[in-house]
Design a protein around this ligand. Structure first.
Ligand code: AMP
Length: 170
């Protein structure tokens, strides 16, 4: 199955010069969505993953299903002010915005084997912040999984030494 057929390019969204990768056609297609999850499950089923950490909000869609399939816990990385308990925060820059994530300080335990999941790896700022938060709480980042990687933005260079998998490359 060619997953690219289910990704829609939206030029100049949310800012001029950005080509936004709209994943909603893929999510609407049961075969395409299931194929993504199946590929991730195959890659990580024997890795002993104990937690999935996902970025708000599109990362949640894949991360939550994967946590269920891998029988791992799900940890949301959320925009500031959304999580109700004690948090730690990390700021970051994305392809088109400056933002921050918070994580509950008890969300990761020492020794947790964590898989970070998001929809798109662009410049790598978001993923780098996720890695920082997980490691700050004592977790081990086993791998990072993305639906889409924008190779020309070289996000991988911010994640040297980490195991990265992306299902679609541009
Ligand atoms: P970055 O931090 O630059 O790697 O950006 C990754 C984050 O921003 C992901 O959570 C994506 O959802 C979002 N993002 C960045 N660029 C795009 C794009 N061209 N299309 C869709 N989402 C994007």
């Amino acid at each position: 199955m060619d997953l690219k057929e289910h990704i829609r390019d939206i030029p100049d969204f949310p800012k001029e010069g950005i080509i936004f990768k709209d994943i909603t056609p893929l999510l609407m297609n049961p075969e395409a969505f299931r194929s993504c999850i199946a590929q991730f499950v195959e890659a990580y089923k024997d890795k002993g993953i104990t937690k999935i950490a996902s970025s708000e909000s599109r990362g949640f869609i894949f991360g939550a299903v994967l946590a269920h399939e891998l029988q791992a816990g799900f940890v949301p990385l959320r925009k500031p002010g959304k999580l109700p308990y004690k948090t730690i925060r990390q700021e970051f820059e994305t392809e088109y915005s400056t933002d921050a994530f918070e994580i509950h300080e008890d969300a990761i335990e020492k020794g947790d084997k964590v898989l970070i999941v998001d929809d798109v790896l662009a410049t790598g700022g978001t993923a780098r912040a996720a890695v920082y938060l997980v490691e700050h709480l004592g977790g081990k980042v086993e791998a990072l999984a993305f639906l889409i990687e924008l190779d020309f933005l070289k996000g991988k260079e911010k994640l040297n030494g980490y195991d990265i998998m992306s299902l679609i490359h541009y």
